[in-house]
Design a protein around this ligand. Structure first.
Ligand code: ARG
Length: 459
Protein backbone atom coordinates (compact mmCIF):
# COMPACT_ATOMS: atom_id res chain seq x y z
CA UNK A 1 0.00 0.00 0.00
CA UNK A 2 2.86 2.33 0.87
CA UNK A 3 3.92 1.93 -2.72
CA UNK A 4 0.61 3.30 -3.74
CA UNK A 5 1.04 6.56 -2.02
CA UNK A 6 4.72 6.89 -2.85
CA UNK A 7 3.85 6.10 -6.44
CA UNK A 8 1.23 8.81 -6.38
CA UNK A 9 3.56 11.25 -4.70
CA UNK A 10 6.46 10.77 -7.05
CA UNK A 11 4.12 10.90 -10.02
CA UNK A 12 2.60 14.16 -8.93
CA UNK A 13 5.95 15.66 -7.94
CA UNK A 14 7.48 14.77 -11.27
CA UNK A 15 4.59 16.14 -13.25
CA UNK A 16 4.93 19.40 -11.36
CA UNK A 17 8.61 19.43 -12.20
CA UNK A 18 7.81 18.63 -15.82
CA UNK A 19 5.45 21.53 -15.98
CA UNK A 20 7.88 23.90 -14.27
CA UNK A 21 10.96 22.83 -16.17
CA UNK A 22 9.59 22.43 -19.67
CA UNK A 23 9.91 24.91 -22.51
CA UNK A 24 8.49 22.62 -25.17
CA UNK A 25 5.10 24.28 -25.25
CA UNK A 26 6.66 27.49 -26.56
CA UNK A 27 10.12 26.64 -27.92
CA UNK A 28 8.43 24.37 -30.49
CA UNK A 29 8.12 27.56 -32.47
CA UNK A 30 11.81 27.01 -33.27
CA UNK A 31 11.25 23.61 -34.89
CA UNK A 32 12.51 24.64 -38.34
CA UNK A 33 15.64 26.23 -36.99
CA UNK A 34 16.21 23.19 -34.79
CA UNK A 35 15.79 20.62 -37.53
CA UNK A 36 17.85 22.62 -40.03
CA UNK A 37 20.56 22.84 -37.37
CA UNK A 38 20.43 19.07 -36.91
CA UNK A 39 20.56 18.45 -40.66
CA UNK A 40 23.64 20.66 -40.94
CA UNK A 41 25.27 19.00 -37.93
CA UNK A 42 24.61 15.53 -39.35
CA UNK A 43 25.99 16.45 -42.77
CA UNK A 44 29.13 17.76 -41.08
CA UNK A 45 29.50 14.65 -38.89
CA UNK A 46 29.26 12.51 -42.02
CA UNK A 47 31.88 14.55 -43.84
CA UNK A 48 34.15 14.18 -40.83
CA UNK A 49 33.65 10.43 -40.77
CA UNK A 50 31.69 10.35 -37.52
CA UNK A 51 28.57 9.10 -39.30
CA UNK A 52 28.52 6.76 -42.27
CA UNK A 53 26.51 7.50 -45.40
CA UNK A 54 23.72 5.20 -44.41
CA UNK A 55 23.40 6.77 -40.97
CA UNK A 56 23.34 10.21 -42.52
CA UNK A 57 20.60 9.17 -44.93
CA UNK A 58 18.52 7.70 -42.12
CA UNK A 59 18.92 10.82 -40.00
CA UNK A 60 18.10 13.11 -42.90
CA UNK A 61 15.01 11.11 -43.89
CA UNK A 62 13.89 10.89 -40.27
CA UNK A 63 14.24 14.64 -39.70
CA UNK A 64 12.42 15.45 -42.93
CA UNK A 65 9.66 13.11 -41.87
CA UNK A 66 9.46 14.94 -38.52
CA UNK A 67 9.11 18.31 -40.27
CA UNK A 68 6.12 16.86 -42.12
CA UNK A 69 4.63 15.53 -38.92
CA UNK A 70 5.00 18.89 -37.20
CA UNK A 71 3.55 20.83 -40.09
CA UNK A 72 0.57 18.54 -40.47
CA UNK A 73 -0.13 18.77 -36.73
CA UNK A 74 0.53 15.05 -36.23
CA UNK A 75 3.62 15.51 -34.09
CA UNK A 76 3.02 14.93 -30.43
CA UNK A 77 4.58 17.60 -28.28
CA UNK A 78 4.94 16.10 -24.81
CA UNK A 79 5.65 18.13 -21.74
CA UNK A 80 7.73 15.30 -20.27
CA UNK A 81 10.18 15.67 -23.19
CA UNK A 82 11.11 19.05 -21.66
CA UNK A 83 12.10 20.95 -24.77
CA UNK A 84 11.88 20.73 -28.52
CA UNK A 85 15.46 19.51 -28.84
CA UNK A 86 14.73 16.39 -26.80
CA UNK A 87 11.25 15.95 -28.20
CA UNK A 88 12.57 15.89 -31.76
CA UNK A 89 15.58 13.73 -30.94
CA UNK A 90 13.37 11.22 -29.15
CA UNK A 91 11.03 11.04 -32.09
CA UNK A 92 13.97 10.60 -34.45
CA UNK A 93 15.26 7.67 -32.46
CA UNK A 94 11.84 6.11 -32.36
CA UNK A 95 11.66 6.45 -36.14
CA UNK A 96 15.16 5.27 -37.12
CA UNK A 97 16.65 3.57 -34.06
CA UNK A 98 20.37 3.63 -33.28
CA UNK A 99 21.47 6.11 -35.94
CA UNK A 100 19.29 8.69 -34.21
CA UNK A 101 21.27 8.24 -31.01
CA UNK A 102 24.45 9.35 -32.77
CA UNK A 103 23.12 12.75 -33.85
CA UNK A 104 24.03 14.48 -30.60
CA UNK A 105 27.75 13.66 -30.98
CA UNK A 106 29.87 16.78 -30.51
CA UNK A 107 26.84 18.91 -29.67
CA UNK A 108 24.92 19.97 -26.59
CA UNK A 109 21.50 21.49 -26.12
CA UNK A 110 23.43 24.57 -25.03
CA UNK A 111 24.87 25.29 -28.45
CA UNK A 112 21.78 23.86 -30.11
CA UNK A 113 19.41 26.32 -28.45
CA UNK A 114 21.86 29.15 -29.11
CA UNK A 115 21.80 28.26 -32.83
CA UNK A 116 18.03 27.96 -33.00
CA UNK A 117 17.21 31.11 -31.12
CA UNK A 118 19.87 33.19 -32.84
CA UNK A 119 18.64 32.12 -36.26
CA UNK A 120 15.04 32.87 -35.28
CA UNK A 121 16.08 36.36 -34.16
CA UNK A 122 18.04 36.92 -37.38
CA UNK A 123 15.03 35.86 -39.45
CA UNK A 124 12.75 38.16 -37.48
CA UNK A 125 15.20 41.05 -37.81
CA UNK A 126 14.84 40.70 -41.58
CA UNK A 127 11.03 40.36 -41.44
CA UNK A 128 10.67 43.46 -39.27
CA UNK A 129 12.96 45.46 -41.56
CA UNK A 130 10.73 44.49 -44.49
CA UNK A 131 7.58 45.50 -42.62
CA UNK A 132 9.16 48.80 -41.55
CA UNK A 133 9.95 49.59 -45.16
CA UNK A 134 6.34 48.94 -46.16
CA UNK A 135 5.19 51.22 -43.36
CA UNK A 136 7.58 53.94 -44.54
CA UNK A 137 6.19 53.59 -48.05
CA UNK A 138 2.68 54.15 -46.75
CA UNK A 139 3.76 57.20 -44.74
CA UNK A 140 5.30 58.57 -47.94
CA UNK A 141 2.05 58.05 -49.85
CA UNK A 142 0.22 60.20 -47.27
CA UNK A 143 3.03 62.73 -47.03
CA UNK A 144 3.25 63.19 -50.81
CA UNK A 145 -0.30 64.58 -50.81
CA UNK A 146 0.43 67.07 -48.05
CA UNK A 147 3.64 68.91 -48.77
CA UNK A 148 1.64 72.11 -48.82
CA UNK A 149 -0.86 71.41 -46.04
CA UNK A 150 -0.18 73.62 -43.05
CA UNK A 151 -0.42 72.27 -39.55
CA UNK A 152 0.56 74.03 -36.34
CA UNK A 153 4.08 72.94 -35.43
CA UNK A 154 4.23 72.61 -31.67
CA UNK A 155 6.62 72.59 -28.78
CA UNK A 156 5.29 71.87 -25.28
CA UNK A 157 2.06 71.03 -27.14
CA UNK A 158 1.64 74.77 -27.71
CA UNK A 159 1.36 76.37 -31.12
CA UNK A 160 4.85 77.31 -32.22
CA UNK A 161 5.35 77.79 -35.98
CA UNK A 162 3.43 76.69 -39.06
CA UNK A 163 4.87 73.57 -40.62
CA UNK A 164 3.52 71.33 -43.30
CA UNK A 165 1.94 67.99 -42.59
CA UNK A 166 4.37 66.11 -44.82
CA UNK A 167 7.25 67.61 -42.84
CA UNK A 168 5.64 66.33 -39.65
CA UNK A 169 5.32 62.86 -41.18
CA UNK A 170 8.89 63.00 -42.44
CA UNK A 171 9.99 63.23 -38.80
CA UNK A 172 8.54 59.74 -38.34
CA UNK A 173 10.23 58.58 -41.55
CA UNK A 174 13.52 59.61 -39.96
CA UNK A 175 12.70 57.57 -36.86
CA UNK A 176 11.69 54.49 -38.84
CA UNK A 177 14.85 54.70 -40.93
CA UNK A 178 16.95 54.72 -37.77
CA UNK A 179 14.95 51.73 -36.54
CA UNK A 180 15.74 49.81 -39.71
CA UNK A 181 19.43 50.64 -39.37
CA UNK A 182 19.37 49.42 -35.79
CA UNK A 183 17.85 46.05 -36.75
CA UNK A 184 20.31 45.72 -39.60
CA UNK A 185 23.34 46.48 -37.50
CA UNK A 186 22.23 44.00 -34.83
CA UNK A 187 21.79 41.35 -37.49
CA UNK A 188 25.25 41.99 -38.82
CA UNK A 189 26.89 41.85 -35.40
CA UNK A 190 25.11 38.68 -34.30
CA UNK A 191 25.44 36.65 -37.45
CA UNK A 192 27.85 34.11 -35.95
CA UNK A 193 27.40 30.40 -35.47
CA UNK A 194 27.39 28.83 -32.01
CA UNK A 195 27.28 25.28 -33.39
CA UNK A 196 30.19 23.15 -32.24
CA UNK A 197 30.62 24.98 -28.96
CA UNK A 198 28.88 22.01 -27.35
CA UNK A 199 28.15 22.38 -23.64
CA UNK A 200 30.62 25.17 -22.87
CA UNK A 201 34.18 24.24 -23.75
CA UNK A 202 34.11 22.93 -27.29
CA UNK A 203 34.37 19.24 -28.15
CA UNK A 204 37.08 16.65 -28.80
CA UNK A 205 35.10 15.37 -31.81
CA UNK A 206 36.45 16.56 -35.16
CA UNK A 207 33.68 19.07 -35.85
CA UNK A 208 33.96 21.51 -38.73
CA UNK A 209 32.32 24.62 -37.40
CA UNK A 210 32.82 26.58 -40.59
CA UNK A 211 30.96 24.00 -42.60
CA UNK A 212 27.85 24.10 -40.36
CA UNK A 213 28.04 27.89 -40.17
CA UNK A 214 28.00 28.06 -43.94
CA UNK A 215 25.12 25.62 -44.36
CA UNK A 216 23.07 27.56 -41.81
CA UNK A 217 23.77 30.91 -43.45
CA UNK A 218 25.92 32.38 -40.70
CA UNK A 219 28.69 34.77 -41.71
CA UNK A 220 31.28 33.19 -39.41
CA UNK A 221 31.78 31.09 -36.29
CA UNK A 222 31.89 32.50 -32.76
CA UNK A 223 35.28 33.04 -31.16
CA UNK A 224 34.81 31.82 -27.58
CA UNK A 225 32.55 28.90 -26.71
CA UNK A 226 32.08 29.83 -23.06
CA UNK A 227 30.66 33.20 -24.08
CA UNK A 228 28.67 31.78 -26.98
CA UNK A 229 26.52 29.34 -25.01
CA UNK A 230 25.57 31.98 -22.47
CA UNK A 231 25.36 35.02 -24.75
CA UNK A 232 21.87 36.42 -25.20
CA UNK A 233 22.88 39.87 -26.42
CA UNK A 234 21.23 39.15 -29.76
CA UNK A 235 17.91 38.60 -27.96
CA UNK A 236 18.38 41.74 -25.87
CA UNK A 237 19.21 43.70 -29.01
CA UNK A 238 16.05 42.71 -30.81
CA UNK A 239 14.07 43.56 -27.67
CA UNK A 240 15.73 46.95 -27.43
CA UNK A 241 15.29 47.57 -31.14
CA UNK A 242 11.63 46.63 -30.98
CA UNK A 243 11.20 48.76 -27.85
CA UNK A 244 12.67 51.80 -29.56
CA UNK A 245 10.59 51.19 -32.68
CA UNK A 246 7.46 50.78 -30.56
CA UNK A 247 8.32 54.00 -28.73
CA UNK A 248 8.28 55.76 -32.11
CA UNK A 249 5.04 54.03 -33.08
CA UNK A 250 3.61 55.00 -29.71
CA UNK A 251 4.48 58.66 -30.22
CA UNK A 252 2.79 58.66 -33.61
CA UNK A 253 -0.16 56.83 -32.05
CA UNK A 254 -0.46 59.44 -29.33
CA UNK A 255 -0.68 62.08 -32.05
CA UNK A 256 -3.29 60.05 -33.95
CA UNK A 257 -5.36 59.79 -30.78
CA UNK A 258 -5.16 63.55 -30.23
CA UNK A 259 -5.72 64.34 -33.87
CA UNK A 260 -8.87 62.22 -33.97
CA UNK A 261 -10.44 64.14 -31.09
CA UNK A 262 -13.08 66.80 -31.73
CA UNK A 263 -10.68 69.33 -30.24
CA UNK A 264 -8.13 68.72 -33.00
CA UNK A 265 -10.17 67.09 -35.77
CA UNK A 266 -7.06 66.71 -37.95
CA UNK A 267 -7.72 63.13 -39.00
CA UNK A 268 -10.46 60.60 -38.98
CA UNK A 269 -9.57 56.95 -38.73
CA UNK A 270 -11.61 54.74 -41.04
CA UNK A 271 -14.52 52.70 -39.72
CA UNK A 272 -12.49 49.59 -40.46
CA UNK A 273 -9.90 50.62 -37.91
CA UNK A 274 -12.08 52.26 -35.27
CA UNK A 275 -14.32 50.84 -32.60
CA UNK A 276 -17.56 51.84 -30.94
CA UNK A 277 -18.71 52.11 -27.38
CA UNK A 278 -21.01 49.56 -25.73
CA UNK A 279 -23.03 52.34 -24.12
CA UNK A 280 -22.47 55.62 -25.96
CA UNK A 281 -23.88 55.23 -29.47
CA UNK A 282 -22.13 58.31 -30.86
CA UNK A 283 -18.61 57.14 -30.02
CA UNK A 284 -15.92 56.30 -32.55
CA UNK A 285 -12.84 55.36 -30.61
CA UNK A 286 -9.23 55.22 -31.81
CA UNK A 287 -8.54 51.83 -30.23
CA UNK A 288 -5.83 50.99 -32.76
CA UNK A 289 -3.40 53.79 -31.84
CA UNK A 290 -4.34 53.44 -28.18
CA UNK A 291 -3.45 49.76 -28.22
CA UNK A 292 -0.24 50.46 -30.09
CA UNK A 293 0.65 52.91 -27.33
CA UNK A 294 -0.32 50.36 -24.68
CA UNK A 295 1.50 47.41 -26.24
CA UNK A 296 4.69 49.46 -26.19
CA UNK A 297 4.68 49.11 -22.40
CA UNK A 298 4.44 45.36 -22.65
CA UNK A 299 7.42 45.21 -25.01
CA UNK A 300 9.51 47.31 -22.60
CA UNK A 301 8.53 44.76 -19.94
CA UNK A 302 10.08 41.96 -21.99
CA UNK A 303 13.28 43.94 -22.42
CA UNK A 304 13.52 44.66 -18.70
CA UNK A 305 12.63 41.04 -17.96
CA UNK A 306 15.48 39.59 -19.99
CA UNK A 307 18.02 42.17 -18.83
CA UNK A 308 17.14 41.15 -15.30
CA UNK A 309 17.32 37.43 -16.04
CA UNK A 310 20.83 37.87 -17.43
CA UNK A 311 22.34 40.20 -14.88
CA UNK A 312 23.49 37.71 -12.25
CA UNK A 313 24.39 34.67 -14.30
CA UNK A 314 27.78 33.05 -13.78
CA UNK A 315 29.33 31.53 -16.89
CA UNK A 316 28.28 29.61 -18.78
CA UNK A 317 24.78 28.22 -19.51
CA UNK A 318 22.23 28.40 -16.68
CA UNK A 319 18.64 27.28 -16.87
CA UNK A 320 17.53 30.85 -16.11
CA UNK A 321 18.35 31.48 -19.75
CA UNK A 322 15.35 29.41 -20.82
CA UNK A 323 13.32 32.44 -19.75
CA UNK A 324 14.71 34.29 -22.79
CA UNK A 325 12.17 33.07 -25.32
CA UNK A 326 8.63 33.97 -24.41
CA UNK A 327 9.32 37.69 -24.06
CA UNK A 328 11.10 37.76 -27.40
CA UNK A 329 8.35 35.79 -29.15
CA UNK A 330 5.76 38.10 -27.67
CA UNK A 331 7.67 41.25 -28.59
CA UNK A 332 8.30 40.03 -32.14
CA UNK A 333 4.65 39.13 -32.67
CA UNK A 334 3.59 42.46 -31.19
CA UNK A 335 6.00 44.28 -33.51
CA UNK A 336 4.77 42.43 -36.59
CA UNK A 337 1.07 43.03 -36.03
CA UNK A 338 1.70 46.61 -34.90
CA UNK A 339 3.57 47.49 -38.07
CA UNK A 340 0.88 45.93 -40.21
CA UNK A 341 -2.08 47.56 -38.50
CA UNK A 342 -0.45 50.98 -38.28
CA UNK A 343 0.21 50.83 -42.02
CA UNK A 344 -3.42 49.93 -42.73
CA UNK A 345 -4.76 52.57 -40.35
CA UNK A 346 -2.67 55.23 -42.11
CA UNK A 347 -3.68 53.99 -45.53
CA UNK A 348 -7.39 54.27 -44.74
CA UNK A 349 -7.28 57.41 -42.60
CA UNK A 350 -8.88 60.64 -43.76
CA UNK A 351 -6.66 63.71 -43.43
CA UNK A 352 -8.72 66.80 -42.72
CA UNK A 353 -6.46 69.41 -44.29
CA UNK A 354 -9.01 72.14 -43.84
CA UNK A 355 -9.06 71.71 -40.05
CA UNK A 356 -5.27 71.55 -39.92
CA UNK A 357 -5.01 74.84 -41.77
CA UNK A 358 -7.74 76.50 -39.69
CA UNK A 359 -5.91 75.50 -36.53
CA UNK A 360 -2.93 77.50 -37.78
CA UNK A 361 -4.95 80.70 -37.60
CA UNK A 362 -4.80 80.76 -33.83
CA UNK A 363 -1.82 81.04 -31.52
CA UNK A 364 0.19 83.70 -33.39
CA UNK A 365 2.22 81.12 -35.30
CA UNK A 366 4.05 83.78 -37.28
CA UNK A 367 5.39 85.63 -34.24
CA UNK A 368 8.93 84.42 -34.90
CA UNK A 369 8.56 85.83 -38.41
CA UNK A 370 7.80 89.29 -37.06
CA UNK A 371 10.92 89.11 -34.92
CA UNK A 372 12.92 87.84 -37.92
CA UNK A 373 11.47 90.70 -40.02
CA UNK A 374 12.56 93.30 -37.45
CA UNK A 375 16.06 91.84 -37.49
CA UNK A 376 16.37 91.52 -41.25
CA UNK A 377 14.54 94.62 -42.43
CA UNK A 378 14.89 97.10 -39.57
CA UNK A 379 18.32 96.14 -38.28
CA UNK A 380 16.97 95.62 -34.76
CA UNK A 381 18.95 93.23 -32.49
CA UNK A 382 17.09 89.92 -32.08
CA UNK A 383 16.54 90.29 -28.32
CA UNK A 384 14.86 93.66 -28.84
CA UNK A 385 12.90 92.33 -31.80
CA UNK A 386 11.67 89.49 -29.59
CA UNK A 387 10.41 92.02 -27.04
CA UNK A 388 8.63 94.16 -29.63
CA UNK A 389 7.01 91.06 -31.08
CA UNK A 390 5.88 90.05 -27.59
CA UNK A 391 4.08 93.35 -27.33
CA UNK A 392 2.45 92.81 -30.71
CA UNK A 393 1.26 89.39 -29.53
CA UNK A 394 -0.14 90.93 -26.34
CA UNK A 395 -1.99 93.47 -28.46
CA UNK A 396 -3.37 90.67 -30.65
CA UNK A 397 -4.59 88.82 -27.55
CA UNK A 398 -6.25 92.00 -26.35
CA UNK A 399 -8.08 92.70 -29.61
CA UNK A 400 -8.61 88.99 -30.32
CA UNK A 401 -6.80 89.02 -33.65
CA UNK A 402 -4.09 86.58 -34.62
CA UNK A 403 -0.78 88.22 -35.47
CA UNK A 404 -1.00 86.84 -39.01
CA UNK A 405 -4.18 88.93 -39.52
CA UNK A 406 -3.23 92.12 -37.70
CA UNK A 407 -3.34 95.28 -39.77
CA UNK A 408 -0.50 97.61 -40.40
CA UNK A 409 -1.75 100.47 -38.20
CA UNK A 410 -1.95 98.24 -35.13
CA UNK A 411 1.54 96.96 -35.80
CA UNK A 412 3.00 100.40 -36.46
CA UNK A 413 1.47 101.62 -33.21
CA UNK A 414 3.76 99.17 -31.47
CA UNK A 415 6.84 100.11 -33.43
CA UNK A 416 6.91 102.70 -36.15
CA UNK A 417 9.88 101.09 -37.87
CA UNK A 418 7.57 98.34 -39.10
CA UNK A 419 6.97 98.80 -42.84
CA UNK A 420 4.05 97.67 -44.99
CA UNK A 421 6.00 94.72 -46.39
CA UNK A 422 5.52 93.13 -42.97
CA UNK A 423 2.07 91.92 -44.00
CA UNK A 424 3.55 89.41 -46.40
CA UNK A 425 6.01 88.23 -43.73
CA UNK A 426 3.22 87.52 -41.28
CA UNK A 427 1.28 85.37 -43.74
CA UNK A 428 1.27 81.81 -42.43
CA UNK A 429 2.19 80.10 -45.69
CA UNK A 430 4.97 82.60 -46.18
CA UNK A 431 6.17 81.79 -42.69
CA UNK A 432 6.19 78.08 -43.44
CA UNK A 433 7.95 78.48 -46.77
CA UNK A 434 10.50 80.88 -45.32
CA UNK A 435 12.06 78.02 -43.40
CA UNK A 436 14.32 76.95 -46.22
CA UNK A 437 17.36 76.00 -44.19
CA UNK A 438 18.48 72.42 -44.78
CA UNK A 439 16.03 70.02 -43.13
CA UNK A 440 13.47 72.82 -42.76
CA UNK A 441 9.71 72.78 -43.31
CA UNK A 442 9.47 74.86 -46.52
CA UNK A 443 7.60 72.86 -49.13
CA UNK A 444 10.68 72.59 -51.35
CA UNK A 445 12.75 71.34 -48.45
CA UNK A 446 10.10 68.85 -47.40
CA UNK A 447 9.89 67.53 -50.95
CA UNK A 448 13.64 66.98 -50.83
CA UNK A 449 13.25 65.05 -47.62
CA UNK A 450 10.60 62.82 -49.13
CA UNK A 451 12.89 62.24 -52.14
CA UNK A 452 15.64 61.26 -49.74
CA UNK A 453 13.46 58.63 -48.08
CA UNK A 454 12.18 57.35 -51.42
CA UNK A 455 15.75 56.89 -52.61
CA UNK A 456 16.63 55.21 -49.37
CA UNK A 457 13.81 52.72 -49.85
CA UNK A 458 14.84 52.09 -53.45
CA UNK A 459 18.12 50.98 -51.87
N1 ARG B 1 15.33 24.34 -23.10
C1 ARG B 1 16.63 24.84 -22.84
C2 ARG B 1 16.63 26.36 -23.04
O1 ARG B 1 15.78 26.82 -23.68
C3 ARG B 1 17.63 24.24 -23.76
C4 ARG B 1 19.00 24.18 -23.22
C5 ARG B 1 19.04 23.24 -22.06
N2 ARG B 1 20.37 22.97 -21.62
C6 ARG B 1 20.58 22.40 -20.46
N3 ARG B 1 21.82 22.20 -20.17
N4 ARG B 1 19.65 22.10 -19.62
O2 ARG B 1 17.48 27.05 -22.57
Amino acid sequence: MDKMWSGRFSASASSLLDEFNASIMYDRKLYREDIEGSLAHAAMLAKQGVLNTDELRQITDGLNQIIKEIESGEFEWKIEDEDLHMGIEKRLTSLIGDAGKKLHTGRSRNDQVAVDFRRYVLRKNADIVKALKLLMQEVIVVADKHTNTMIPGMTHLQHAQPINFAFHLAAYLSMFKRDIERFESSAERNNISPLGCAALAGTPHPVDRNMTAEILGFDSVSVNCLDTVSDRDFALEILFNISTMMMHISRLSEELVMWSSYEFGFVELSDEYSTGSSIMPQKKNPDVPELLRGKTGRVYGSLMGLLTVMKGLPLAYNKDTQEDKEGVFDAVETAEISLEILKEALKTMEVKSHNMESACAIGHLSATDLADYLVAKCDIPFREAHFITGRAVAKGEEIKIDLSKMDLTDLQAIDERIGEDVIEYLGLRHSMNARTSEGGTATVRTQEQLEYFKNYLKG
